[in-house]
Design a protein around this ligand. Structure first.
Ligand code: ZN
Length: 57
């Protein structure tokens, strides 16, 4: 994933859209960026997976 897209998604999902939590790690939440995907998960149950090959960023 391109850096500009990671930054864009970071602005959108840094704070959980559902509960506002910005914590990652220690069972609080996850942020996994791979070659084509961006995955954000929160302890409240929110999660989203964006694939830059098929999703609009
Ligand atoms: Zn949350």
């Amino acid at each position: 994933m391109k850096l500009k897209d990671i930054i864009k998604l970071g602005e959108k999902y840094c704070y959980c859209p559902s509960c506002g939590n910005d914590k990652i790690g220690n069972d609080e939440g996850k942020l996994i960026v791979e070659e084509h995907t961006y995955y954000r998960e929160c302890s409240c149950g929110f999660n989203i997976l964006i694939d830059d090959r098929k999703d609009e960023i």
